[in-house]
Ligand binder design. Structure first.
Ligand SMILES: Cc1cc2nc3c(=O)[nH]c(=O)nc-3n(C[C@H](O)[C@H](O)[C@H](O)COP(=O)(O)OP(=O)(O)OC[C@H]3O[C@@H](n4cnc5c(N)ncnc54)[C@H](O)[C@@H]3O)c2cc1C
Length: 455
């Protein structure tokens, strides 16, 4: 019988597999996808957030544990397991070196709209190159990887994992690391919590994170953590594919224009705060609009201020023609733009600070970067909610060991990554923390699972 069975093939799974193997355990990885598509959402990533004491070749300055914790508390509004969060942040300090030891390379931070140069380390070649390095290392260490091995059943008795079944074959192991992501790719499961609106959600990453393993674990008595409606969701180009559109469909131009729903009504302050602090709320905001669609409207002076989407914006010489091109009511869009323009107060535009360009007497207001939309050509991007990953998960302790609903700890079951992200992320998001959760708890889960088998 093998020692450790890892379910999943992304960052969390590979960190767990490598870590368990380095502890001397035999390890098998079951990855639902083909070899080409391996690695779930991790393929799409660019960076990871770790605490560090000083600037490095790829980071522009220090990022203390305290500052990381404060950032986490702010974005989650305190909805986090604070002990576990401290533990994760402490452990993140050694991750930059550990990940590098597994063959991953860093590159100097990218500039751009999310301004992460000091806090986040960027993978040279992106998430796919990062994954390729982890797979190479895992395989060189003797980890067995089985592709197209979607787990469809599990045997768990009284908090003890016995086996998992993939392709009709039952694989028994002495311990389990569940690293199979959230349930974001399962529209039916999303509908249980979001209703019919979920039919209009686009999934930014893999089609494989269907929550099957998560559901089986919860049904076997593992303690649930997190609100099932909480997730990371951004506004993405409505023309993106249903799955795997990745980062090139995200739109970062909300702050430069206005956002209207299909009735041509604005519904939120587009200039509330700088974009890195607000980009992750727009998926939910659009999800709450009729038809789950919205349109970012801006004019010529803003076109070059942001990274464009893969798709060109809709372009027109007048607001009315723009509305026509979007299938909106021209008179209604004209009225909204006129109302907005009339409310704009004079100011000095500066997109790098919270500037003084704002509206007066408008509901909702635009509190920064408000400039009249008046210079042709006019542009628009249609946007829909793009779900990145869900937060409902399995509760774990500091060993990444699953906790049972009856308060005991599971005897041989561990979890890492999205499947347990809700322990740390009650709501909100800080860029790069998805990979931190996967890497830190993956490394711990693999190590502890191996020790569990030895003892
Ligand atoms: C477009 C995009 C960009 C992102 N950018 C970043 C970023 O720059 N930084 C960051 O920190 N986070 C980012 N994230 C979030 C990040 O991708 C995730 O938090 C992280 O990759 C999760 O790792 P994971 O190993 O838990 O899940 P995944 O990488 O999704 O891996 C889950 C794996 O489980 C497999 N699986 C699922 N079900 C089964 C089953 N039943 N049987 C067998 N295998 C199964 C899947 O095939 C997949 O390989 C981004 C996400 C997306 C979609």
């Amino acid at each position: 019988m093998i020692d450790i069975l890892v379910i999943g093939g992304g960052n969390a799974a590979l960190c767990a597999a490598i870590s368990a193997r380095r502890e001397g355990a035999s390890v098998t990885v079951l990855e639902a996808s083909s070899a080409f598509w391996r690695g779930g959402n991790t393929r799409h990533t660019r960076n990871m957030r770790c605490a560090h004491d000083a600037a490095t070749a790829s980071l522009s300055g220090p990022y203390s544990e305290e500052e990381f914790f404060e950032d986490l508390m702010r974005v989650t509004k305190g909805k986090t397991d604070q002990d576990l969060a401290h533990h994760m942040i402490r452990e993140s300090k050694s991750m930059l070196g550990w990940i590098e030891e597994q063959g991953v390379r860093w590159q100097p931070s990218l500039g751009g709209t999310l301004s992460l140069g000091r806090t986040n380390s960027f993978f040279l070649g992106g998430g796919r190159a990062m994954l390729n390095a982890l797979y190479r290392t895992a395989e060189a260490l003797g980890v067995e990887v089985r592709y197209e091995a979607e787990v469809t059943a599990m045997r768990i008795e009284d908090g003890t994992f016995l086996s998992a079944t993939a392709n009709g074959e039952e694989v028994a192991a002495r311990a389990l690391v569940a690293a199979s992501g959230g349930f974001e790719s399962n529209i039916e499961m999303l509908k249980q919590y979001w209703g019919e609106a979920a039919e209009n959600f686009l999934i930014r990453g893999t089609r494989n994170n269907k929550g099957t393993v998560l559901r089986m674990l919860l049904d076997s008595g593992v303690q649930e953590v997190g609100d099932p409606t909480q997730c990371h969701a951004v506004a993405i180009d409505a023309r993106a594919p249903q799955y795997d559109g990745g980062i090139i469909t995200r739109l970062d131009c909300v702050v430069f224009g206005i956002v209207v729903n299909r009735d041509c009504q604005r519904f939120y302050d587009e200039g509330e705060d700088i974009w890195p602090k607000r980009y992750a709320i727009w998926g939910r905001l659009v999800a709450a609009q009729p038809g789950q669609i919205a349109y970012i409207i801006f004019d010529a002076p803003s076109l070059d201020l942001f990274m464009p989407s893969l798709f060109p914006p809709v372009k027109a010489p007048t607001i009315e023609a723009l509305a026509d091109g979007l299938g909106l009511d021209p008179a209604a869009l004209r009225a909204t733009v006129d109302g907005f323009n009339a409310a704009v107060r004079p100011g000095t535009f500066d997109d790098t600070i919270l500037d003084d360009c704002r509206t007066e007497g408008l509901e909702p207001p635009k509190t920064h970067w408000a400039r009249r939309i008046e210079t042709a050509p006019f542009y628009a991007y249609p946007v829909r909610p793009g779900i990145t990953f869900t937060y409902l998960g399995t509760r774990v302790n500091a060993e990444a060991r699953m906790m049972m609903a009856n308060g005991t700890s599971a005897s041989n079951m561990f979890a890492a990554g999205e499947i347990m992200a809700g322990n740390v992320l009650g709501e909100g998001y800080a860029a790069g923390i998805g990979m931190t959760i996967g890497a830190v708890f993956g490394r711990i889960a693999g190590r502890e699972a191996a020790r569990n088998v030895r003892n």
